[in-house]
Design a protein around this ligand. Structure first.
Ligand SMILES: Nc1nc2c(c(=O)[nH]1)N[C@H]1C(S)=C(S)[C@@H](COP(=O)(O)OP(=O)(O)OC[C@H]3O[C@@H](n4cnc5c(=O)[nH]c(N)nc54)[C@H](O)[C@@H]3O)O[C@H]1N2
Ligand SMILES: Nc1nc2c(c(=O)[nH]1)N[C@H]1C(S)=C(S)[C@@H](COP(=O)(O)OP(=O)(O)OC[C@H]3O[C@@H](n4cnc5c(=O)[nH]c(N)nc54)[C@H](O)[C@@H]3O)O[C@H]1N2
Ligand code: SF4
Ligand SMILES: [Mo]
Length: 760
């Protein structure tokens, strides 16, 4: 869609889903011409019912941000030059192709950042581009986030997105481990307005228990909160499993016939008695026993673990044990327990397949691939170490790994030495300042939206399509057009005069052909051309989405279910369509090679030996660092919005009064925190909300670096916590980064240290 520059002089109301986090809130946006008058919560959105957090409102400021880059740019030395799209693509052709020709496809690395998961265009069109490169050096935010959960569910249920979500609206008991949904608004748990959902849980007599080394906002509204020593959740979880077996509380109910591996789990849990783990995790043994009994005896219960459980040394074991607990207590796949959503936009699946793990390994550290990607902690070494397969060119799409991934300093140096770098982004930030070609992504309000990923994780089945609020400016390409132009550069096929059109037609035709070949499909055996002719006349993501909705479980199945969903139906329902509460999906959803729920997958049984060793370790003495989120912040971006960053400094180090007293630190003092990888200096906040021995610092800050174009963020720079996180410390099974429980030394800063740090 292109604007012809004519203004229509009318006020309009647009309804759309907020693309900033997993909560998928409905927005009501009032505009006049090209201006946003107000943004408020859409009270008619059947899912969010008017709820909005401060970030949702701030899309107005983001859209208008003068620092947002709107023209393609090429960097020569430290100078950026605005260029035409043609010239930007020509530069890429000139510089990328020779690198690939000389060094092969693995010489190009790519990082997909978090907003990729919130971007329909990018999700539908980046895979084709990545296939065209053909590189194994694919990285994303998943390996600094939830890949352990994706791996555990791939192993247990045969799908990395077969992730059961807590049925928060119907449960009687919720055990939340290492998550702070009142601040994060939920993760791997799409449920707008968490506060009202938790309130409803409590109003119907339900109980909320939180396990976290920090007394978080969520912990404060819970019925019970227990501090846990960071990194010890696997011990705690195993002790819960142990208690279920010991007390004869295992009752997997309807699932029993679909399970294998129960005896192995029983044997594995044997050693992890509450008494054995208690001194290590810091939770009394009788509390562990009581919690296990409560989960088992509640009419329904949901055990839920998130960032705190994934981003640590036993992230995959934790993710697995959370679901083991749900299974052993009969809570998997039943209302009020944890359930598998049934998203509307989906191709058919159900085929059993090989587990996607370790099919190739990273070159330098020999880390296994997980679901097609390598760990983000390997990026720097793959750029640094010479030899065949060394990354010489790098592409970032919607990511700021300089601030988001471990040992940010090392990665930045590696960026400096690349031969060529391309970034598709909104800002020149700590990462994209290293790019040679910068391709601007449109504002979220200039593109359409549909949450392909988050409806797979949603506590109700929903479908909401958002058309763009504003027409794309005449000189802006949509993200899918950018990606198809890049694909065309790499394509060996003759694409004619309109390569974007040719590739788009090819992509949809391929999708249709695959689908009609699948015997499980709602359009199995149909003629691809006939399907194609029925599709929505628009091109790009709209046509793809129309296809996915129509073949999906609620779709019109191209005629055989005429009342079903299509893009046209969603367009006619601007507030979204409620497809109802979650429904049981086992065995239909199981796609493991055995066709069963694998309760004791080999890889996890093997990994348990690593954990077992820690049982004999003495409790750790050193201070450890954990992360935290703030309602007014969004990972490493959204710090350029004045209304979100003014007020109290968000980037402070929380420390317990006992530790502060020992170290001579008071509120507002500067502390120096050192880890194996680096040193930072940060003001402290003394608070009993953090466990003794633990300090908490948010990530995504450190906007003081030269060459960035973030005027407001620069004035509220903060420090980069990922200078301290260690790229060599990982969950060995999944390769996920350890971002919580990082060993550190904390000191009060002295004038000399201040000088040294400010110089570095
Ligand atoms: N220490 C520590 N580190 C962490 C975490 C932690 O808890 N502690 N959390 C981790 C987690 S969970 C995640 S997900 C990662 C996130 O880290 P990243 O994957 O780096 O993602 P963001 O920090 O959100 O950066 C998003 C970038 O995308 C750009 N952008 C925004 N919208 C669009 C768009 O529509 N298109 C394009 N092309 N670009 C866009 C923004 O300008 C910004 O540069 O950080 C991880 N890092
Ligand atoms: N406002 C806001 N919302 C966001 C984001 C944001 O940056 N800001 N980011 C989004 C993204 S990308 C994600 S992935 C989600 C994350 O969503 P959540 O996982 O809900 O959010 P976190 O704040 O990372 O919560 C992790 C919790 O784990 C605790 N923790 C740390 N170490 C341990 C440990 O060893 N054991 C246990 N049990 N707990 C531990 C931390 O103290 C913290 O409270 O949030 C999303 N929503
Ligand atoms: S909670 Fe998430 S989806 Fe809802 S308004 Fe805030 S950022 Fe947007
Ligand atoms: Mo994330």
């Amino acid at each position: 869609m292109k604007s012809d520059g004519l203004l229509t002089h009318k006020t309009e109301v647009h309804y759309r889903t907020c693309p900033l986090c997993e909560a998928t809130c409905g927005l009501e946006i009032h505009t006049a011409n090209q201006d946003i008058l107000t943004i408020r919560g859409d009270s008619e959105d059947p899912f969010s019912r008017g709820y909005l957090c401060p970030k949702g409102f701030s899309l107005k400021e983001f859209h208008a941000d003068p620092d947002r880059i709107k023209k393609p740019m090429v960097r020569r030395g430290t100078e950026w030059h605005e260029v035409t799209w043609e010239d930007a693509f020509a530069e890429i052709r000139k510089r990328l192709l020779p690198i690939m020709k000389e060094h092969g496809p693995d010489s190009v690395g790519i990082y997909l950042g978090n907003p990729y998961a919130h971007n329909l265009s990018a999700q539908l069109y980046a895979p084709m581009f990545i296939r065209a490169i053909g590189t194994r050096n694919r990285f994303s935010a998943s390996t600094v986030d939830q890949i352990p959960k994706q791996l555990s569910t791939e192993l247990m249920f045969g799908g990395n997105f077969n992730i059961p979500v807590p049925d928060i609206d119907r449960t009687n008991y919720m055990l939340v481990i290492g998550a702070n949904p009142l601040v994060s608004n939920g993760s791997l748990l799409t449920a707008p307005n968490m506060r009202s959902r938790i309130k409803a849980l409590k109003n119907r007599g339900g109980k909320l228990v939180v396990i976290d080394p920090v007394r978080t906002v969520t912990a404060k509204v819970a019925d019970e909160h227990h501090f846990i020593r960071p990194g010890t959740d696997a011990l705690f979880l195993f002790a819960l499993v142990h208690t279920l077996f010991e007390d004869g509380l295992v009752n997997s109910g309807r699932l029993t016939e679909h399970l294998i591996g129960l005896d192995e789990v029983r044997a594995l849990a044997q050693e992890f008695s509450p008494e054995a783990v208690s001194p290590l995790c810091g939770i009394p043994a009788d509390t562990i026993r009581r919690l296990a009994r409560e989960v088992a005896s509640a009419p329904t219960a949901a055990v839920y673990g998130r960032m705190g459980t994934c981003t640590q040394a036993y992230g995959t074991i934790n993710s697995w044990l959370v679901d083991v607990l749900n299974i052993l207590t009969g809570n998997l796949d039943r209302p009020g327990g944890v359930m598998f959503p049934k998203p509307a936009a989906a191709t058919s699946s159900g085929k059993r397949r090989r587990i996607r793990y370790g099919r190739f390994h990273s070159r330098v550290r020999n880390m296994p691939e997980v679901i097609g990607e390598l760990p983000a902690v390997c990026m720097a070494e793959e750029m640094e170490v010479p030899g065949p397969g060394q990354i010489k060119a790098f592409i970032t799409i919607a990511g700021n790994p300089a601030l988001s991934t471990p040992n940010g300093n090392r990665l930045q140096k590696a960026f400096e030495n690349l031969e060529f770098m391309i970034s598709i982004d909104c800002y020149i930030n700590e990462t994209t300042r290293h790019a040679h070609v910068f391709l601007p992504a449109p504002s979220p309000l200039e593109r359409s939206h549909y949450d392909l990923i988050f409806y797979q994780l949603s506590v109700r089945n929903m479908a909401h399509y958002s058309p763009p609020v504003f027409e794309l400016p005449a000189d802006q390409l949509d993200e899918w057009e950018i990606l198809l132009n890049l694909t065309a550069i790499l394509s060996e096929k003759e694409l004619g005069s309109d390569p974007v059109k040719a590739l788009d037609d090819f992509a949809i035709m391929q999708l249709i052909q695959q689908e009609v070949k699948n015997p499980n499909s709602t359009i199995a055996g149909r003629e691809p051309k006939e399907i194609m002719s029925q599709l929505n006349a628009e091109r790009g993501p709209e046509r793809m989405l129309d296809f996915l909705l129509r073949v999906g479980p609620y779709g019109d199945h191209f005629g055989s279910n005429p009342e079903g969903l299509s893009l046209a139906v969603l367009k006619a329902n601007p507030h979204g369509v409620d497809l109802g509460p979650l429904v049981p999906r086992i065995p239909e959803i199981l796609a493991t090679p055995s066709g069963k729920i694998e309760l004791a997958p080999d890889l996890l049984v093997e990994d348990e030996k690593r954990l077992r060793k820690t049982l004999r370790a003495s409790p750790r003495e050193n201070m450890v660092l954990v992360g935290r989120r703030n309602l007014r912040s969004n990972n490493s971006w959204f710090h350029n919005i004045e209304t979100l960053v003014n007020g109290d400094n968000q980037c402070t180090l929380w420390i317990h009064p006992d530790d502060a007293a020992r170290l001579g630190l008071s509120n507002g003092d500067e502390a120096v925190v050192t880890s194996r990888t680096g040193k930072i200096q940060v003001p402290v906040k003394v608070t009993e909300d953090v466990m003794p021995g633990v300090i908490s610092l948010p990530h995504g800050w450190g906007h003081h670096l030269p060459g960035i174009r973030l005027e407001t963020a620069n004035r509220h720079a903060g420090v980069n916590s990922n200078i301290l996180s260690d790229e060599l410390a990982v969950d060995e099974l999944s390769g996920n980064a350890i971002l919580n429980g990082i060993p550190v030394v904390v000191m009060k800063s002295h004038p000399e240290t201040v000088k040294r740090i400010s110089k570095s």
